[in-house]
Design a protein around this ligand. Sequence first.
Ligand SMILES: *Cc1c(COP(=O)(O)O)cnc(C)c1O
Length: 384
Amino acid sequence: MRKPRLMTPGPAPVPEDVLLELARPVIHHRSAEAKQVITEVAAGLKEVLQTQNDVMILTASGTGAMEAAVVNTVPPGGKAIILNAGHFAARWGDICKAYGISAVMVDTEWGQPVDPARVAEALKQHPDAVAVFGTLSETSTGTGHPVEAIGKVVAATPALFVVDGISGVGAMECRADAWGIDVLCVGSQKALMLPPGLAFVSVSPKAWAKIDAFDAHTFYFSLKAARKKMKEFDTPFTPAHTLILALRAALRRIKDEGMENIWLRHKRMSEACQAGVQALGLELFSAQPAEGLTAFRVPDGFKDTDIRNRLVDKFGITTVGGQGKLKGQIIRIGHMGYTDEIDVVAGLAALEMVLSDLGFEIEPGCAVTAAQQVLIGQKAVSPR
Ligand SMILES: *Cc1c(COP(=O)(O)O)cnc(C)c1O
């Protein structure tokens, strides 16, 4: 069997020390040891989400955090503004629909960043909107949205700013408190270097005021219940506490490297990957690339599955194609979490060889050289 190389924007690779935690005997979830673990991860999660607010731990995939964010903040019949710029942003609308919430869709072309001025306009038109639902890193298009600027707009209104940071947090700069994010949703299997199964939600005092004002139509995803238990470093139900043990190990790694350094590493990886892809004559899909993945258009005359299958067969590299209307049109390479610059260089080298095999005319080494030029500083990484 080939050495597996997971280069997908979730799930993403898990470090060896984190995997070893998962091999330990299962402890009891109400034991002193379990409480100690939650106490430790509670502090680490605040650092990752850059918040002083409590971060709730849910046993669910990332979508569970999104569902909790919707059902707890907007009462049935209430109104929400959705910054719809991709497959995952559209999910906010689907969740609202499931709960009888009226969703005002502010559409942005896929691959383009959301314009904060349009958010201001929508809020003016819909002053009764309870919340604005946006995305930090739209994984379906590989786009990073200007969350800081949007946060400023929303903070000036009574509406809450709810952000899907599932593939963004831990891969690109995101400061929940400083940027006016009221509810920030994160999943375990993207940049947090864990397997799937846990989701995290931070909640601001402004959001708690709305949450406390009504009884949400949910039992398992009640944030009020989660808050109550979190005060005792506990969870309302049996959590995936083997994953919480693994989370502690992942957070120790994160603390060791430091958030600023982590953001910088992802910035270097994304700029190197973009430079490599462009050196091959391929077109980046996004006008404002996110930092945990790179999306590029499938070159004319080629099939995405031919490229991606060959990457797996020859080099053990898993990538993903397009979702929804982008199916067959783009390829997405993940470089988040337990991934470093040399993984990106290796991925580009493999891409060169695979494209060459398929008859795409390339100069061997051109993508690798372009990436290395970024990494050795011959081409400056752009300032944040
Ligand atoms: C992966 C992802 C999701 C969905 O998360 P699940 O863990 O699959 O439920 C939602 N939003 C974004 C931006 C994602 O990358």
